[in-house]
Design a protein around this ligand. Structure first.
Ligand code: PMP
Length: 419
């Protein structure tokens, strides 16, 4: 026998139905899907378009117009060494996309044996990666493209469930890597605790060429006065006697120009040598003119921090608006993250509702990241997680879109509760 529908719930459903009908009437066309910077944000770096001007010599006299300089411009590597916690001598400044470097690192590991490994990954019977969930869909796409099995591991307030990670990697030599967004993670904004960092660095792995893909995409992307720090994974790995365990990635995509920034790879000396050897077959060197213009524009790490405060001024109110509207409308039926940085808010709706909410929002002209994309194989077993990306639309559009999303959440949740 089903429980009698309580009058309050059914009144809430009626109200949600009316709000949804009004929402449809608005014929909105709004997009909250990808974590892109807004035009105002990229405009903060417009000065780059005129740089390096007539200047083409690097600090050491290198002619940036010419081939060579495979490690990238030293002055730019020095600026990002502190932010990415990699000594400048072990940090490479390369192309415009860190995702490309992660992709390449996976492909190179298939083709060329990694330091510490016995054979290249393509000669292994099976390769698997641990995927903390919720996570970043493009990491999962890389795995899918190359037939790498994905094993989800739940995120906690301290980062991935590290006891589970330890258990899995100790037992299974097929597990060769883990995807980590250690600071202000995509999508739930979590920063790994020092204890998590220490245990990832020290844990026993059955694979001797296990790698942590440390995607520090949001290293300097603060939303509060607190500039949250994450433990130094490279140093922790070296101290633990696992110097080659971590691959560090980062970029200026969400600092300067998303499509024309600079990406970085950092690691142990052995891994950097391996990466340079692999990369030498595909390029005669990176775009050093872009490196030079970035070095001239950002000047030093304090310059990066000052620039990021301008981003915060633009996007902080958008995050605040999302949190305020959720607070006003969804307190009783959903939970959400309160990120101190990064690009996303994770909305956790009642189990079994996420797909339907995204569908209802689409019908009302509000595009949300497809439900499931935060999980490997698009499979969110609880059908619960929705990723909200508030940076790109205007504040007015965000307010309109989020109010619409809240209506869809109420409609679908109350429908479920009363069915
Ligand atoms: N990593 C994470 C976690 C991201 O969220 C993004 C962008 N959405 C990227 C990497 C892409 O970085 P890039 O532009 O340097 O390729």
């Amino acid at each position: 026998m089903t429980a009698p529908v309580n009058a309050e719930l059914s009144a809430s459903l009626d109200a949600a139905r009316q709000d949804y009908a009004a929402l449809l009437d608005k014929k909105l066309k709004l997009d909250l899907t990808r974590g892109k910077p807004s035009a105002q944000q990229v405009s903060l770096a417009d000065a780059l378009l005129a740089l390096p001007g007539d200047e083409f010599k690097a600090a050491d006299g290198t002619d940036t117009r010419n081939y060579g300089g495979q490690q990238g411009l030293p002055e730019l590597r020095a600026i990002f060494a502190e932010a990415l916690q990699v000594p400048a001598s072990q940090l490479l400044a390369l192309g415009n996309s860190s995702l490309e470097l992660m992709h390449d690192a996976v492909v190179f590991a298939q083709m060329y044996q990694l330091p510490g490994g016995q054979r290249r990954w393509s000669n292994e019977e099976r390769i698997a990666f641990l995927c903390p969930v919720p996570g970043y869909d493009r990491h999962f796409t890389i795995c899918e493209r190359f037939g790498i099995e994905m094993i989800p591991v739940p995120m906690t307030a301290d980062g991935p469930d590290v006891a589970e990670v330890e258990r899995l990697v100790a037992a299974d030599p097929g597990i060769k890597g883990i995807w980590c967004v250690p600071k202000y993670s995509n999508p739930d904004g979590t920063t790994y605790s020092d204890e998590t960092v220490r245990r990832l660095a020290t844990m026993q792995t059955a694979a001797d060429d296990f790698r942590i893909f440390w995607d520090n995409a949001y290293a300097v992307h603060h939303l509060t006065d607190e500039e949250v720090q994450v433990g130094d994974i490279l140093a922790a790995c070296a101290e633990a006697g696992n110097p080659d365990r971590a691959f560090i990635f980062g970029s200026t995509s969400k600092i300067t120009l998303a499509g024309a920034g600079v990406a970085f790879f950092g690691s142990s000396e052995a891994n950097v040598k391996w990466m340079l050897h692999c990369a030498a077959a595909r390029t005669i060197g990176p775009d050093k003119i872009n490196h030079l213009r970035h070095a001239l524009f950002l000047k030093d790490y304090d310059g990066v921090r000052a620039h990021m405060r301008k981003h915060r001024e633009l996007i902080g109110p958008k995050f605040d608006a999302v949190l305020r509207i959720f607070d006003e409308q969804l307190k009783d039926i959903a939970t959400w993250s309160h990120p101190k940085g990064g690009y996303f808010i994770t909305l956790n709706v009642p189990d079994g509702c996420a797909k339907e909410i995204v569908r209802k929002a689409a019908e009302a002209g509000i595009a949300l990241t497809p439900a499931g994309s935060t999980h490997p194989y698009m499979d969110d077993p609880e059908d619960r997680v929705i990723r909200i990306a508030p940076t790109f639309p205007s504040l007015a559009d965000i307010e309109e879109a989020i109010a619409g999303v809240a209506t869809c959440v109420r409609l679908v949740a109350y429908q479920k509760l009363t069915s």
